[in-house]
Design a protein around this ligand. Structure first.
Ligand code: MRU
Length: 327
């Protein structure tokens, strides 16, 4: 891959500024937990595993600079509520004793995440039908992880294994992760991709051109209900109606056995301007109220499989996910 989503070097964390893509490739550097939390909140860096890695370094930075660790962890945890990777990474780093050990743990989380993505890719590639279209939503790629990606890892691995697949990406209203990030990331790697408005996904699925859908996840409940970018649930319904398999690709760090069902997953609500404006231009009438949840929950019954770095879970998900987590 031709870019680094995050890199810890010389006592600071450098983040590829995803708000600027694809028109500019710019980096910002953070040196404290507060700056790291703000970067996560502002979506300089986004995607569940990537914000987990980032928060891990944020807490290590707090330790290196003698900040109050409980306060730093709280600030980082509250930056975005839905992706469980954030709390998971903070807990791991928080268990280490001393700043250097915490930094080493953050580095381990980053390295493991990259390895997990490669493994998810290998397991997932076997499920991808040869010669068909693959549809994805949001960005679950190298930009959303330490590298390679989860859903895009499956696509990359399927192509690397010689399968002939055509990639389709939803634009992903309102933040446009598909249009701005997935299209850019795949084209950087020379992978052709066709972009569609989210509202065109159901008719694309009904057309018979799609062999499977593969998406990432922000939190998977014990029963397999999956929170992911808003628009994932309608996509799963449309795939179900068209009898197209719908796969979720995510590391086990995204599975939250402590959350029993999707109803218990906290859903982040984001600002009205994401909906009322396109870029800096207002498109909605002044004074309108806005409903802008950043994520939705897809009930487990619509999933064909959950692909993790340790293997594949299928319904009934509770025993399969528990076994993968305690592996
Ligand atoms: O709001 P975002 O861009 O952080 O949402 C990202 C997603 O929903 C991804 O699909 C998910 O985090 C998985 S990333 C491998």
């Amino acid at each position: 891959m031709s870019f680094r989503t995050l890199e810890f070097r010389d006592g600071a964390l450098t983040l590829l500024d995803q708000r600027k893509l694809p028109s500019a490739v710019e980096y910002i550097t953070v040196t404290s937990a507060r700056e790291t939390a703000q970067a996560i909140k502002d979506m300089v860096v986004r995607g569940a595993p990537a914000i987990g890695c980032t928060a891990a370094y944020g807490l290590a930075l707090a330790a290196l600079h003698g900040e109050d660790l409980a306060e730093a962890a709280d600030l980082l945890r509250r930056a975005r509520p839905t992706a469980v990777n954030l709390a998971w990474a903070l807990e791991r780093v928080g268990r280490a004793r001393g700043a250097e050990a915490m930094l080493a743990e953050a580095r381990a989380i980053e390295e493991e995440d990259l390895a997990s993505c490669k493994s998810i890719g290998r397991f997932g590639a076997a499920l991808v039908p040869d010669g068909a279209g693959i549809l994805t939503h949001c960005n679950a790629g190298g930009l959303a992880t330490a590298g390679y990606g989860t859903a895009l890892g499956v696509i990359r691995a399927a192509l690397e294994s010689g399968k002939k697949c055509t990639v389709f990406a939803d634009e992903t209203r309102p933040w446009l992760q598909g249009a701005r990030l997935t299209a850019w990331e795949l084209l950087q790697d020379g992978i052709p991709v066709t972009l569609l408005p989210d509202v065109a996904a159901a008719s694309l699925l009904a057309s018979g051109r799609i062999g499977c859908v593969v998406v990432g996840a922000d939190r998977i409940a014990r029963n397999g209900d999956t929170a992911n970018k808003i628009g994932t649930y309608p996509l799963a319904l449309a795939a179900h109606a068209a009898s197209v398999p719908f796969f979720v690709a995510a590391p086990t760090s995204t599975i939250d056995l402590g959350t029993l069902t999707g109803k218990d997953i906290p859903i982040e609500q984001r600002g009205a301007e994401e909906v009322t404006h396109l870029g800096k231009s207002r498109v909605a009438a002044e004074g309108v109220q806005v409903f802008n949840p950043a994520f939705d929950v897809t009930p487990a019954r619509y999933l064909a499989a959950i692909i993790t770095e340790r293997g594949i879970a299928r319904a009934p998900y509770a025993p399969g996910l528990a076994a993968l987590c305690h592996h």
